[in-house]
Design a protein around this ligand. Structure first.
Ligand code: F6P
Length: 305
């Protein structure tokens, strides 16, 4: 997010706009937590995780009163264009707000879940993938040395984009995603089949949204007789210095968002589609579910034989 804030601020300043940062996201807009931004105020942040503006889940923006306050503040500050950096919750709020204000809004998809329709990739996804891969590579050492099965839970409350890419790139034996439920007995039989082929360890990458991974790991141990451990990677995936890829996307998306506002475009999100920086309507994005690329799962399963 910091690399995105930097890009938006610097491109806007370059074009001669005044830039305001609303601290704590929607909360800052509603509660008047505003910070003037300049090219200098975003110095030295391209390599930092998190956001210097801070952020919060803001239930207030889901209420009529909260939305009315946010619209009033936009008028009060004479905002000519609002850049919303975030995920589906932020964009849903932007859409609701667009009913109450004429202020043009452009969204920049920034979530490790990579679950925004209209972009092949979100800012932060690549960083989270690389963080998880680095951790699982270390876990694999124990798995192989001690002939153990590891269930590794990665983030993804309702979508499996992160699990799928992490699973493929660590060489996971099994990948579990919320979109495609797999029966426990199918998991046991893959593991037993692997044992018969001489494979005595396995990495199972599971998105948190598949259910109780602790119960799953106990069931695997009970049914296969192989020592099984659960490792939950947790919030480490949401922080840390962004990869070059995430910084690149942040920079391009930030530039595109400011350009769209400068051209008078509104209520859209920027994205990456087939290698090109593009945009689609906010409503179109919010109304559709991004399909999971199942070919990633098929490839991972072939490569894990
Ligand atoms: O940003 C989305 C996400 O990373 C989900 O994958 C995860 O379930 C969630 O955030 C957890 O965030 P929090 O506990 O802050 O609500």
């Amino acid at each position: 997010m910091n690399a995105t804030i930097r890009a938006v601020t610097r491109v806007a300043a370059f074009k001669g706009f005044n830039v305001l940062g609303f601290c704590r996201g929607w909360e800052g807009l509603i509660s008047d937590l505003v910070k003037p931004m300049s090219a200098r105020s975003v110095s030295g942040i391209i390599n930092l995780g998190g956001t210097i503006l801070h952020t919060t889940r803001c239930p207030h923006i889901r209420t009529k009163a909260g939305l009315a306050k946010a619209a009033a503040r936009l008028a009060e500050y004479d905002v000519d264009g609002l850049v919303v950096i975030g995920g589906d919750g932020s964009f849903r709020a932007a859409m609701a707000l667009s009913e109450l204000t004429d202020t043009p809004m452009v969204g920049i998809p920034a979530t490790i879940d990579n679950d925004i329709y209209g972009t092949d990739e979100t800012v932060g996804f690549d960083t989270a993938v690389n963080t998880a891969v680095a951790e699982i590579d270390k876990i694999r050492d124990t798995a192989i040395s001690l002939d153990r099965i590891f269930v590794v839970e990665v983030m993804g409350r309702s979508r499996g984009f992160l699990a799928a890419m992490v699973g493929l790139t660590v060489g996971a034996e099994i990948i579990l995603v919320p979109e495609l439920p797999v029966r426990e007995d199918e998991i046991f039989s893959v593991i037993k089949d692997n044992v018969s082929k001489g494979k005595r360890s396995a990495i199972i990458v599971a998105a948190e949204g598949i259910g109780d991974t602790r119960a799953l790991s106990s069931a695997i141990e009970k049914n296969t007789g192989l020592e099984t451990r659960l490792s939950i990677l947790g919030y480490a995936q949401r922080g840390g210095s962004p990869t070059a890829r995430s910084r690149y996307l942040a920079s391009e998306f930030g530039k595109k968002a400011v350009e769209l506002l400068a051209e008078g475009k509104s209520n859209c999100i920027v994205g990456l589609q087939n290698g090109k920086i593009t945009s689609i309507g906010l409503r179109e994005s919010a109304g559709a579910s991004k399909p999971l690329d199942e070919s990633i799962l098929r490839l991972a399963s072939i490569l894990a034989t």
